[in-house]
Design a protein around this ligand. Structure first.
Ligand code: UDP
Length: 326
């Protein structure tokens, strides 16, 4: 299979490219390197089945050429991280909605199997834990830019499902829940790489709010496996939405302590108010836990990496990066 990955130099995209190549598929990665990183795919560039274009999904000509050669498109190019979303709301909405629109129009032209990346953010403040794909979505007011991200991703979902319903395009929507692992950067606010960096350097571990908010962290290798299986089974999964995540819930306070333990760090926890960390009036999700029965029933997927394994793999990766710089 020849797969076009938009956002192919990103955190998830680069891991997916590796996994596809490892099983004999060929990959074209498209990335404008706005938040992607060429270093993530530098080791693949001489692989005979790999090609890379530094371009945006908004370049219709390049997108058309790459899609015309592809059997499938995995659309991962999107605005990344809550921090960026709060700082650049216009760019966030445009990148998400216009980018997905462009990808789906092109996919329709060549009848490409298409996976659209969405996010657990679409569940918003829903209290129906665990979040089920058929559950109601509860977003906050449009005066708070965080919700623009969720709303734009929802439009992406609607566009994808509409292309399936109206044009029979085999589209599947993947809702990612806090994917973590090596190569994820803390630059856009993600908690695990930030805490690990802080732990390794002995800096204070910055817990936002009271730290009793919870998340479920899933290893990128597990997420990649889910994407491969979804790609392979359009008959079962086209026209469907799937949660992809771990269902082990951990509070941010517990996460901070685990990072301190696993990095053997003398770091102290420092509590930072949300208004300082993000912006005044910022609303966080108190709990976020996926119901993952649907994807398990459809393709037999279930996460395999524990939180401890995840942290160790991130710690090892970050340690190596420090060594390279020293
Ligand atoms: N967080 C934190 N300290 C940090 C970065 C994030 O306490 O330095 C918190 C953040 O407020 C949220 C959780 O960790 O409650 C997960 O944040 P992340 O940005 O990784 O993902 P989100 O779940 O917000 O999309």
């Amino acid at each position: 299979m020849h797969v076009l990955i938009t956002g192919g130099a990103g955190f998830i995209g680069s891991h997916l490219a590796e996994a596809l190549l490892a099983r004999g598929d060929s990959v074209a990665a498209l990335d404008d390197l706005s938040t992607g990183n060429f270093q993530h795919i530098a080791h693949l560039r001489h692989h005979p089945n790999f090609s890379f274009a530094i371009e945006s999904v908004h370049n219709g000509q390049v997108l058309d050429r790459l899609a015309s050669q592809a059997d499938a498109i995995v659309h991962l190019a999107a605005a990344v991280g809550v921090q960026l979303v709060v700082e650049k709301p216009t760019e966030t909405i445009e990148t998400n909605v216009l980018g997905t629109d462009a990808v789906l129009r092109t996919a329709r032209r060549y009848r490409c199997r298409t996976l659209i990346a969405s996010t657990s953010e679409v569940y918003g403040k829903s209290a129906e834990i665990p979040f089920n794909e058929e559950g109601d979505l509860l977003l906050g007011p449009s005066s708070r830019s965080r919700w623009g991200y969720a709303a734009s991703k929802l439009v992406d979902e609607f566009l994808g499902l509409a292309a399936y319903q109206e044009y029979g395009l085999p589209v599947t929507v993947a809702r990612f829940f806090n994917t973590v692992g090596p190569r994820q950067t803390g630059r856009y606010g993600m908690v695990v790489p930030r805490f690990v960096r802080q732990g390794l350097t002995g800096a204070p571990i910055t817990v936002y709010g009271d730290g009793e908010q919870s998340r479920c962290f899933c290893h990128v290798a597990d997420v990649t496996q889910a994407l491969l299986s979804l790609l392979d089974q359009p008959g079962t999964t086209a026209g469907q939405i799937y949660n992809i995540g771990s269902n082990r819930e951990v509070t941010i306070n517990q996460l901070a302590q685990l990072v301190i333990d696993h990095t053997d760090s003398g770091s102290q926890i420092e509590y930072v108010p949300y208004s300082e960390a993000y912006a005044p009036g910022f609303e966080d999700m108190r709990r976020r836990v996926p119901d993952i029965r649907k994807i398990h029933d459809a393709i037999g997927w279930t996460p395999t990496h524990s939180l401890e394994e995840i942290l160790d793999s991130v710690i090892e990766y970050e340690r190596k990066r420090f060594e390279i710089r020293d």
